[in-house]
Write a protein that binds this ligand. Structure first.
Ligand code: CP
Ligand code: NVA
Length: 307
C-alpha cells in the first residue's frame, strides 16, 4: 500500500502543488456558486477529530465533504475513547481502517505527527498549537482573488507569534513572499518551532507601525489562543499596543487588505472600524475555507484531476 499524502504543516505541499490547489479551488468555488454537482468523493468518509472548539473548521470540512459527494463523522475528546487515554497510535490504526481521510484539531503538533505515522489514510491538520495550514490556504487564495499573485508581496503580522503566524512564515518560504512580524517582547517568533528553513523571508519589528509600513496585507489573530487561557490576564496587558487600528492600516499600502482567521475580539487585537471596514476581507476569507479544503481533500485522495 502506497504511503498516504498528509497535510500536517504548510510546507508539506510544494509551490507547484499549491498553485494547482489555488486554481482548483477557483474551479470548485465556481461550480458551487453555479449549483453544479461535483461529487468526486462519492462514498468516501471523512473523520473529523476535535480536541478544541471550532465553528469554521468543522462547518467547512463537514459541508465540504457532503458537497463532494461523501460523508463526514464528527468525533470529540469528550465522548470518544480519545479522552480516556487510548493511545493516539491505536486510534490512528482503527480510525484509518474505517475511513478514507482524517482531519484533526488538537494540541501539540507531535500528536498529529504520531497519528499520521500510524494512519493508512491522509491526515489533515485542522489546527495544532504550532500550525494552522488550512487557514493559510484559504487566506492566500483570498489574497489572490482580491489582489492577484502573492509572490513578492509583503504581509504584516501584528500580535502573537502563534500557530497562524508560524504558518504564514512557512508559506512565505514556499511561495516566495515576505512577512513582517511585530510581537510584544517575549513573544517573538521561534524559527525552529515555526519549522522554518531560514530562507530570509521574514523580518521581526519591535514597533508594530514599522511592520505595517508598506504592507500589501495586514493580519492579526487573538492575543490568547486556545490552550493558553491561563495566560489571558497577562497577555491583555502585554499586547495592549499590538492592536490593528485605522492608523496602522494607513501605514500599509492604500490598497492593503485586512485579514483575521476569526473568531475576533473587537477592541483587543483589532478595532471594529478595521474589521468591519472597507479593507477587510474576513468574510471571503472564512468562506474560502470551504472551497480550498474541498480542493485539498480531492487532491489528497485523487491527486491532480483535470475534469
Ligand atoms: N479560523 C478557524 O479555524 O475558526 P474555527 O476555530 O471556528 O474553526
Ligand atoms: N490562534 C487561534 C486560532 C483560532 C482559529 C487559536 O489557536 O486559538
Amino acid at each position: 500500500m502506497a504511503a498516504p499524502r498528509h497535510f500536517l504543516q504548510f510546507k508539506d505541499l510544494s509551490s507547484d502543488e499549491l498553485d494547482y490547489l489555488f486554481e482548483r479551488s477557483r474551479i470548485i468555488k465556481a461550480r458551487f456558486k453555479a449549483y453544479q454537482r461535483h461529487w468526486p468523493l462519492q462514498d468516501r468518509t471523512l473523520v473529523m477529530i476535535f480536541e478544541k472548539a471550532s465553528t469554521r473548521t468543522r462547518l467547512s470540512f463537514e459541508a465540504g465533504m457532503h458537497q463532494l459527494g461523501g460523508s463526514a463523522i464528527y468525533l470529540n475528546t469528550r465522548d470518544s475513547q480519545l479522552g480516556r487515554g487510548e493511545p493516539v497510535e491505536d486510534a490512528a490504526q482503527v480510525i484509518s481502517r474505517m475511513s478514507d481521510i482524517v482531519m484533526i484539531r488538537t494540541f501539540e503538533q507531535d500528536i498529529i505527527e504520531r497519528f499520521a505515522r500510524h494512519s493508512r489514510v491522509p491526515v489533515i491538520n485542522g489546527l495544532t498549537n504550532e500550525y494552522h495550514p488550512c487557514q493559510i490556504l484559504a487566506d492566500i487564495f483570498t489574497f489572490i482573488e482580491h489582489r492577484g499573485p502573492i509572490r513578492g508581496k509583503t504581509v504584516a503580522w501584528i500580535g502573537d507569534s502563534n500557530n497562524v503566524c508560524n504558518t504564514w512564515l512557512q508559506a512565505a518560504e514556499v511561495l516566495d513572499f515576505n512577512v513582517h512580524v511585530s510581537t510584544p517582547p517575549g513573544y517573538e517568533v521561534e524559527a525552529e518551532r515555526a519549522g522554518l528553513y531560514g530562507t530570509g523571508h521574514f523580518e521581526q519589528f519591535a514597533d508594530p507601525m514599522a511592520a505595517a509600513q508598506g504592507a500589501d496585507l495586514v493580519t492579526t489573530d487573538v492575543w490568547t489562543s486556545m490552550g493558553f487561557e491561563a495566560e489571558n490576564e497577562e497577555r491583555l496587558r502585554d499586547f495592549a499596543d499590538w492592536q490593528v487600528d485605522a492608523e496602522m492600516m494607513r501605514a500599509a499600502k492604500t490598497d492593503a487588505v485586512f485579514m483575521h482567521c476569526l473568531p475576533a475580539h473587537r477592541g483587543e487585537e483589532v478595532t471594529a472600524d478595521v474589521i468591519d471596514g472597507p479593507q477587510s476581507v474576513v468574510w471571503d476569507e472564512a468562506e474560502n475555507r470551504l472551497h480550498t479544503q474541498k480542493a485539498l481533500m480531492e487532491f489528497l485522495l485523487l491527486g491532480r484531476v483535470n475534469d
